[in-house]
Design a protein around this ligand. Sequence first.
Ligand code: UD1
Length: 432
Amino acid sequence: MSKLVVEGGHRLKGAIRINGAKNSALKLMVGAMLGQGTFTISDVPAITDVRTMCGVLEALGVQTCLVDNELRLQVGVLQGRVPEELAKSMRASIQVMGPLLARLGWVEVALPGGCAIGTRPLDLHLDNLIKLGARIEVTGQRIAASAECLYGTDITLRYPSVGATENLMMAAVLAKGETVIRNAAQEPEIIDIQQFLNAMGAKVQGAGSPVIRIEGVSDLGSADYKVIPDRIEAGTYLLAAAATGGQVTLENVVPEHLEALLTVLEAMGVEVYRNEDGLTVWTTNKLRSQHVETAPYPGFPTDLQPQFVVLATQAAGVSIIHESVYDRRFGYTSELKKMGAQIKVDGRQAAVVGHTPLKAAQVEAGDLRAGAALVIAALAARGETTVLGVEHIDRGYECIEMRLRQLGAKISRMEERREDALPVSVLRWGGR
Ligand code: UD1
């Protein structure tokens, strides 16, 4: 098991290029199963979630090969049973349901395992796949779904779930007739999937708005595609820069995708300079506290909430953070408290006392974004902090320590590195 050792108290300074979005790449990968032939997807982050998804695809009949952030997929003869250990290790494996039902007519997948950040039911996925014509049986920990044919229908989601919107879009592209998804998620990753599916020959429109219309087609081909920049990775580095009083330029970002965060940062006193595909932030002023409520896009992203809480510990005054998306996403605050943070959690709300000097400690990440938050806290703290649970961080951040070192951080990975944490240039996996 690796750990990160961070000597804090150094301002981040410099420029880095942001990777393609994890939450888009994973869905494009499963979406390829709707088509046939060879796909080249570029700007795919070399992270363990992508590796796990390569394993899922290989088991289902897709050859995968990722070299230097370019992923080649060769869709062969598909089968629909996802190996249990792979399905349980990543919630996004549930996204194979839509594509496999549409393309193959059956799928069997284990229910995703427990989640550190809250209860995450699948009703919006399953109930609406049934509306499209699927038969679904949940036995113990296993979901079995089948359909001779899917039929377009009118769906209204009670909540704009990202994963359910994507699963239903992918099921509907090969359904007979028109499907309308109302109260759909509006995240930029949904637009990315629409564009990818349309590049394969699908007829999808409206992504990015609450109503998505899909006209079913009989078959789909292949596509070459570039993943959009990862707004959560970008936001993480912006928050790290602000928390250390640094100056950082990010390349390959879409500033519009980060507007909710940028508005809050500016209100706190962080200087933000936007250009077409770049952003620079710097902190010269004393930061002011802010109240933030997480919400579906275009609201403040829940995936930046833990990292924001760390910044709030450094701003003058008390910040109130309300978590509206997940019911248990403040668990990591107990680790921050070991570093001296003063945070009072009450259900879905946290009050963070600002201007608190953070001190070094040994802390452990319990999930991906909590891990990123602990790294930011370590960068801002005096002394040498050890962050355990790095496997969670590696799920979503490519070589985080190398990228932070590029910005002047004093951070190193200790103990044996696994193959999936190797630099992108030497990463090779998949293939047969
Ligand atoms: C995706 C992201 C995740 C992000 C989340 C919200 C990926 C791989 N993950 O997760 O990083 O935090 O969007 O921006 O893209 N819900 C239900 N029933 C359902 C589905 C969801 O009640 O059938 C609830 C969940 O419990 C949760 C909320 O809806 O409270 C949001 O979940 P959802 O938007 O589905 O998130 P994911 O797609 O799982």
